[in-house]
Ligand binder design. Sequence first.
Ligand SMILES: Nc1ncnc2c1ncn2[C@@H]1O[C@H](COP(=O)(O)OP(=O)(O)OP(=O)(O)O)[C@@H](O)[C@H]1O
Length: 267
Amino acid sequence: MRRDNNQKLQGSGVIIRWCWIFQNQTELPRPLLQLIEVSFCYPNKSRFRLSNVDLGIDMGTRVAIVGPNGAGKSTLLNLIAGDLVPTEGEVRRSQKLRIGRYSQHFVDQLSMWETPVEYLLRLYPDQEGCSKLEAVRAKLGKFGLTGENHSTPTAKLSGGQKARVVLTSISMSKPHILLLDEPTNHLDMQTIDALADALDEFKGGVVLVSHDSRLISRVCEDEEKSEIWLVEDGTVTFFRGTFEEYKEELIGEIKAEVDELTSLVGC
Ligand SMILES: Nc1ncnc2c1ncn2[C@@H]1O[C@H](COP(=O)(O)OP(=O)(O)OP(=O)(O)O)[C@@H](O)[C@H]1O
């Protein structure tokens, strides 16, 4: 992180600053990842199907995936990540592609008996510098996990503190693409701002599923570079407009439904 751009005023009056960074060092040639004519259904859920999905992700891609509950947003992220295999079609990935993924699932998967330092040293034993321990502690510090929590068993950390451990770990994996599924759960507003700043600085691709319209607005700030993918009615379409326009369209639809209901009740 090049900017020291966050601060938090604690009860003691001490100002703690932290600065997040999602490191990525190597630039990969285009395309990083493509879904070509992909369709998918779960073997035990015949009523749900995603069909004819065509999309691509590159360094610099900024995407917010939106759509109603249960439409298939997380399923799409899992297809992109390679955790689900298409029923039809093809997913092409650059051979050297590293994907960093965040979801509550990964927070829940932390080993509760390990401390954040033990966890990160186990995942990334080859830390540079004279002290591996200090290197890992510095990274946790940058993600706002205070020193006393570095050696606390994960089970005793709050949801927000666990989220910071996972985000630190993602940063250390030096991803080319970040796939973020509801990353703001358990995070306070200042931490969400820190996340948005870090995503701003990140040089790789970002694909975000979130109900946090503030974060989506930040990630999709630059209309030229960002895209809204709408998952609805069993497929994925590119919403032609900004996130603000998408929200206005949704509000319009809800108002129309309310008007229709009101007129029915009036009859
Ligand atoms: N492992 C699974 N096995 C069977 N069905 C599943 C599985 N995971 C999800 N589904 C179903 O697939 C559909 C799409 O789910 P998905 O979680 O992708 O939607 P979503 O748009 O992310 O929803 P939300 O906004 O509520 O998180 C839902 O009907 C869900 O019940």
